[in-house]
Every structure is written in structure tokens, then in C-alpha cells.
Ligand binder design. Structure first.
Ligand code: AMP
Length: 209
């Protein structure tokens, strides 16, 4: 059983590494940002309101996120574990997760700030399947997985990126201490290429029970 949470600032490569961990261990990748972008909130008006919060780089209220994640984790594909990417983002969300599901490890991608900026500026996402890539690995403007058109994320503007960082520092950074106290934090050096980080993550994951 592997119930995992990925932690790290915006642009630390959580999405990319989550895909690799999920391939290795055969567990689902649950990205709350992607779920919101796909419109998992049933009410269209609520969905519109939430998309405008996201475009401003702010956080969706905890109660909505908690319910969305709780429902997703009830699905049968989570029976052997999961990788949560983008959740929890606040102490309240983390407490909710511990009380309702519990996780085995919180993996922190400890990434230098210069690298983060470069990664976010080079990020391209598929407008069809939501796949996320760095320009350095792309040869055309189409998605390598589904052939869909690639674009930039609505919240990857310089102003919004700044806000997302500030929110990370204030609300999400304290999760490192929270999971450390629970002896669940696994700190991984997030510097170097995506492939180097993947090797580190997979090696560490294989060594954990
Ligand atoms: P991400 O794709 O993880 O960078 O998330 C994109 C945006 O979705 C965030 O900036 C938030 O507006 C929203 N979001 C995703 N996950 C959460 C969460 N756990 N709590 C609140 N808002 C979230």
C-alpha cells in the first residue's frame, strides 16, 4: 500500500514526478489542479467562480477541496494507494486527510528557486489531455501523448506566479513541519534534470516500506 502526498513549491516538478511514481508502482495520480481545470465541480456557476480564483493564483476553499478529494479517494482504483499532487495545500486540508484517509509518506521535492522560475516559464500544457511538459523536451507545439495543441496555463503569468509563491510560503510550507512531526516526511533533492530527480525519487521510494 502506498498512500503518498507530493509537496513542493509551484514549479518544483510535482506533476512530472507523480507520473513517474505512478507508472512505477501502478497507483493513480490525483492532481487536484488538473481536476479543477477539467471542471470536476458539478455546479457550472461554482465551477466558473473557482476557475476565476485559480486564474488569480489564489486557493479554492478548504471545504470544497476536502470533499472533492474524499470522493476521488473512494474510487476503486485507489485501493492499493495513490499519489496526491497539489493536495493538501493547507494545514486544515492535511488534518482532514489524516483524519479521513491517512497517508504513508509526504515526499518533499526540495527545489532551488532559480530552477523553479525556469521550469514554470518553460511549462506547456496540453489543451486536450492536460499533460504537462517542459519546452526543452518538445520538438513541436503538439502534445506527445495525444496530439492536442499545447499552450501555457492561465495561472502561469509573472504576477500570478508571485502570488502562488507567497501563498505557498504562508499556507503550504508549514506542512513540512506538520509531516515531520508525524515522521512521514521524505525530503528529496529536487535539483538537476527531471530524469535525475526521478531516479532519486524512485530509489528512495523503493527503499521505503
Ligand atoms: P496546481 O495545478 O496544483 O498548480 O493547482 C492550480 C490551482 O488550482 C491552484 O493555484 C489553486 O488555485 C487550485 N488548487 C489546486 N489544488 C488546490 C488545493 N489543494 N487547495 C486549494 N486550491 C487548489
Amino acid at each position: 500500500m502506498r498512500k503518498l502526498v507530493l509537496l513542493g513549491p509551484p514549479g518544483s516538478g510535482k506533476g512530472t514526478q507523480a507520473v513517474k511514481i505512478c507508472e512505477e508502482f501502478g497507483i493513480p495520480h490525483i492532481s487536484t489542479g488538473q481536476m479543477l481545470r477539467e471542471g470536476h465541480l458539478a455546479d457550472p456557476e461554482l465551477d466558473r467562480e473557482m476557475k476565476s480564483i485559480m486564474a488569480r493564483g489564489e486557493l479554492i476553499p478548504d471545504y470544497l477541496m476536502n470533499e472533492m478529494v474524499k470522493e476521488r479517494l473512494r474510487k476503486s482504483d485507489c485501493i492499493n494507494g495513490f499519489v496526491l499532487d497539489g493536495f493538501p495545500r493547507t494545514i486544515d486540508q492535511a488534518k482532514f486527510l489524516e483524519e479521513n484517509v491517512g497517508v504513508d509518506y509526504a515526499i518533499l521535492l526540495d527545489t532551488p528557486e532559480e530552477l523553479i522560475e525556469e521550469r514554470i516559464c518553460g511549462r506547456r500544457v496540453c489543451t486536450v489531455c492536460g499533460g504537462s511538459y517542459h519546452v526543452s523536451i518538445l520538438t513541436t507545439n503538439v502534445c506527445p501523448k495525444c496530439g492536442g495543441e499545447l499552450g501555457t496555463r492561465a495561472d502561469d503569468t509573472p504576477e500570478t506566479i508571485r502570488k502562488r509563491f507567497d501563498i505557498y510560503q504562508c499556507l503550504t510550507f508549514p506542512l513540512i513541519e506538520y509531516y515531520t512531526k508525524l515522521s512521514k516526511l521524505v525530503d528529496i533533492d529536487g535539483s538537476g534534470s527531471f530524469e535525475e530527480v526521478t531516479k532519486r525519487v524512485i530509489n528512495v521510494m523503493r527503499s521505503l516500506k
